[in-house]
Design a protein around this ligand. Structure first.
Ligand code: FES
Ligand code: FES
Length: 910
């Protein structure tokens, strides 16, 4: 240890083989690496030792650098992800991750790689069990861990190298192409929200309500500011220059940027402070001049709907945001002789992406520019313009790499806060949410309370489905209307049901904000229809899988909204693939149970369908692809890659549409000044909708090139290293003027799926395409400890066409991991589980083996037949697990997560 010129304590450390003198006084090693040495490959997910994103090697052993005082690194060697490639001991490790598809969003990847490096160095760790144990300190929310373990095992020579392809021109779609941005995610160079460090930036922190429901009055803010050196500005509701309200749907905007005297949830922002990082971060939570008049919370839907409960929004009486009724046929008249019913509950579920919200804003004259982690750049642009009272064209959103979204980064979080501050200041304003702030203040999966009944006739044909579902949308509308409208359409599951009556309501409370989360309410509804399917099959004495097969939707069937399905309906194929597994595992479980008293095994099925894209609304995507004077191709894609791999599949579609290799295409992602609006990365819409837009853009580019060459439609366009040839002749592109992007020819593609509005009884065409899937879980229940272990999953998904099978598998693995969390462990309790040690998500040890089967039912409207898989992957998981538990134990779970305490209660009542 020594003393730096500034007088602060320093430490001498070897960082990635280079001697560095680091400021050490009171600092965490992670902060020194990121802030002082600019090694932002080391990520911060929690700052508390829970997520492992900050893992580095210290003298060859993995440590959480957020827990290591920098002074402890004195005289030691630190290896970060940036130093991995140059170290011959780990040569090829990062490439192995990329080839295996082990990095999706990539925020956990640096930490995961360093944990893997620790394994490489310790030759005693060469078994699956020890590898899982050694990787177990790092959380991943995207991959379901399977491909990570495969990558590590492959690197160690314990299994075959992952299969990847470098496809030839014309066969790029469908190939196992490595992620086009995979290496950047594996070598630490991808820039996430917190990694964008602008010169001279000040930091913002929100002052938040400690109460879920209160009125407040600010005190003497000016005097408080004078007493706090290092804080340079305070912003309140009065400083919002345009409109102090935003939302997902313009007509329903209801969420203030900064609350103005009234808060509706715990953690709502009432002011922001801006200053130097140290001053802002060290501010005690309750150090702000404000007087609270605490009101009774409107906690839970019972309270919200009770007579006498105050309305949270004056114009929404009874705390009712929205009610939707879907009626097809007459459920009373058409009901079959066999009827089952039940009531089910789900809680708030947190997205728990490993990257907390982060971004930076700066004003450039009359314009403002935000670099932020977001799923919805154009929606951000329009809402920021509304908040600031400026034109949308004067807002530029530059999406950073997104460290997981799953729907949670559709809504704006810190965007309006930094935008308002930067608008008033002459320096950039940055903000990074703490883990607690992220979990406390951003949206969650809607808790649900669903009562339903299902009937069939004596032959096992479904006759009716009736459902009443309430969804807790919290204080603001967010995606509440989407959930209320999507659920009734999907409520009966992927089955042909002649008579349907579904009523859904979105209810305001002062709990957390309900928002988009992988499936938009369909996962909650699937728990219900799949439980009832089992009950009804049992009642009529039919095999559970056969009952599903008998009723599964087929090409040409009509849905409950009256829509005639296309030929792309692979529901039966999914179930048929499961059938031998079902019969074998069912028999094995029965044999196991006959011999065991304490441990019981069960297998369970879950089926799903999912309408691709937004419900009924216009749902367009516009893409453009250009070539420069040397014939180099660039795809300008407004579709944000949140880890699902849209950059890669858009490249694949573009490549085949142009007849080139994938490596010939560069991609520009998301920047609203450089790309067109491709819509949100949500609702599993990008593959289908933006994929079509890319294909159309590429086809348009070919037409434009032919026109410039004076060629016929039959003349082939070739993109060669020496330039573009048309009909075998070179095209002199240098003769055409280049625009500001350096492009000389453009192709533009626009696609809006053919949907219609639904009428008063919810009849119409809400989606142009549907994905289908079926999963089967094998579980073992310890009936003494009431503990469920998921031992294996079989997953069959109809994705239309697998644009990239490695990525499809990765989505299915990740969906199953999140579905497992929904079923067994995850419940966000407002004010109580605001961190990753109280809120548990699946780890390596929780993840079962998964066997994936991809059904390709080629959608006539999809790009090369593709549909989507992001959300479908999660939907059948929880039902499959719960149905397996029921088969194992004889008790029917009706509330998730099925914690040991809840299962224990059920077993006692058995
Ligand atoms: S950031 Fe260090 S463990 Fe999460
Ligand atoms: S890839 Fe692991 S958290 Fe996203």
């Amino acid at each position: 240890m020594g003393e730096m010129k500034s007088g602060a304590f320093s430490a001498s450390v070897q960082v990635n083989g280079i001697s560095r003198e680091i400021g050490a006084a009171g600092k965490r090693l992670a902060d020194v690496l990121r802030d002082d040495l600019k090694l932002t490959g080391t990520k911060i997910g929690c700052n508390a030792g829970d997520c492992g994103a900050c893992t580095v090697l210290l003298d060859g052993q993995q440590v959480c650098s957020c827990l290591v005082p920098a002074a402890q690194a004195q005289g030691r060697e630190v290896l970060t992800v940036e130093g991995l490639a140059a170290d011959p001991r780990f040569a090829g490790l990062q490439e192995c991750f990329v080839k295996a598809g082990a990095a999706q969003c990539g925020i956990c990847t640096p930490g995961m790689l360093m944990a893997a490096a620790d394994i490489v160095l310790d030759r005693t760790v060469r078994t699956r069990e020890k590898i899982l144990d050694r990787l177990g300190g790092v959380l991943c929310r995207c991959t379901g861990y399977i491909k990570i373990v495969e990558a590590v095992e492959a690197f160690l020579g314990l299994r075959e190298q992952p299969v990847t392809e470098i496809p030839e021109a014309g066969s790029v779609v469908g190939a196992r192409l490595c992620k086009v941005d995979g290496l950047a995610r594996a070598n630490g160079s991808a820039r996430f929200g917190a990694d964008v460090q602008l010169e001279g930036a000040l930091y913002l922190r929100a002052i938040r309500s400690p109460h879920p429901h209160a009125r407040f009055q600010l005190g003497d803010v000016d005097a408080w500011l004078k007493a706090h050196p290092g804080i340079v500005r305070v912003f309140t509701a009065a400083d919002v220059p345009g409109n102090n309200v935003f939302g997902i749907f313009a007509p329903l905007r209801d969420q203030p940027v900064l609350a103005d005297g009234y808060v509706r949830y715990h953690g709502e922002a009432i002011a922001t402070v801006v200053g130097d990082k140290q001053a802002v971060q060290s501010l005690p939570a309750n150090d702000f001049p404000v007087e609270w008049d605490v009101l009774a919370p409107v906690a839970g839907m019972d309270c919200a709907l009770a007579e006498g409960t105050p309305d949270l929004h004056a114009h929404r009486p009874g705390n009712m945001l929205m009610e939707v009724n879907q009626i097809t046929g007459d459920v009373a008249r058409d009901a079959g002789a066999h009827v089952v019913s039940g009531s089910f509950q789900t809680g708030f579920v947190e997205h728990a992406y490993i990257e907390p919200e982060a971004g930076v804003a700066r004003r450039l004259g009359k314009r403002i520019e935000l670099s932020v982690s977001t799923q919805a750049p154009y929606m951000n642009r329009d809402e920021i313009a509304w908040v600031l009272g400026i034109n949308a064209e004067d807002v530029r959103i530059i999406p950073t790499a997104v460290g997981g979204g799953f729907g949670g980064k559709i809504d704006m979080a810190l965007q309006p806060l930094i935008a308002v501050a930067a608008w008033h200041m002459d320096c950039p304003v940055a903000c990074v949410y703490s883990r607690t702030e992220s979990m406390r203040t951003t949206t969650k999966r809607h808790p649900s309370r669903i009562t339903a009944s299902m009937s069939c006739d004596a032959h096992g044909s479904l006759r009716s489905y009736e459902m009443q579902g309430d969804f807790n949308t919290g204080p603001y509308s967010s995606c509440g209307p989407i959930i209320a409208s999507r659920v009734p359409i999907h409520a009966m599951g992927p089955y042909k049901v002649p008579a349907v009556k579904c009523i859904t309501r979105a209810v305001h409370t002062t709990d957390a904000i309900g928002g988009a989360f992988r499936g938009f309410g369909v996962p909650q509804a699937a728990i219900v229809h799949e439980a009832l399917m089992d009950q009804l099959a049992d009642q009529i004495g039919m095999d559970r899988l056969q009952f599903r097969l008998h009723n599964a939707l087929k090409p040409g069937d009509r849905t409950a909204t009256g829509q005639e399905l296309s030929e792309s309906v692979g529901m039966r194929e999914c179930l048929q693939w499961l059938q031998p597994h079902w019969e074998r595992e069912l028999a094995a479980a029965q044999a196991f149970n006959a011999e065991n008293v304490r441990l019981k095994r069960g297998v369970g099925l879950g089926c799903m369908w999912y309408g691709i894209g937004n419900t009924c609304q216009p749902n367009p995507s516009t893409m453009r692809v250009g070539i420069d004077a040397r014939g180099r191709i660039t795809l300008f894609s407004g579709a944000v890659d949140i880890g699902q791999g849209v950059n890669t599949i858009m490249t694949q579609v573009c490549a085949d549409a142009l007849g080139v290799e994938a490596s010939q295409i560069q991609i520009v992602m998301g920047d609203t000044d450089r790309t067109f609006d491709a819509g949100k990365s949500s609702a599993s819409r990008q593959a289908f909708i933006s994929g079509n837009a890319v294909k159309l853009a590429a086809e348009h580019l070919l037409r434009e090139i032919r026109e410039k060459a004076g060629a016929t439609p039959q003349d082939e366009v070739q993109f060669a290293a020496e330039g573009v040839r048309v009909g075998g002749k070179p095209l002199a592109l240098e003769g055409f003027a280049a625009d500001e992007e350096g492009m000389v020819v453009w192709g533009i593609g626009h696609y809006n799926p053919p949907t219609t509005d639904l009428d008063a009884e919810y009849q119409g065409v809400p989606y142009a395409s549907y994905a289908f899937g079926a999963q089967m879980a094998l579980v073992e229940v310890d009936t003494v400890l009431a503990k469920v272990t998921v031992k294996k999953f079989w997953a069959a998904h109809d994705v239309g066409r697998a644009l990239n099978p490695t990525q499809v598998e990765g989505q299915i693995h990740g969906g199953i991991a999140q579905g497992l969390g929904l079923a067994l462990m995850e419940e966000y309790l407002p004010g109580r589980t605001d961190n990753l040690h109280d809120y548990l998500i699946p780890t390596f040890g929780d993840m079962p083996e998964v066997e994936v089967h991809i059904v390709e039912s080629s959608d006539p409207l999809g790009p090369y037949g593709a549909k989507g898989v992001g959300e479908p992957a999660l939907i059948p998981t929880a039902p499959a697990i719960l149905n397996a538990v029921e088969l194992a134990t004889g008790v029917r779970p009706t509330q998730v997560p099925l914690t040991p305490a809840r299962l224990w209660d059920l077993l006692q009542k058995r």
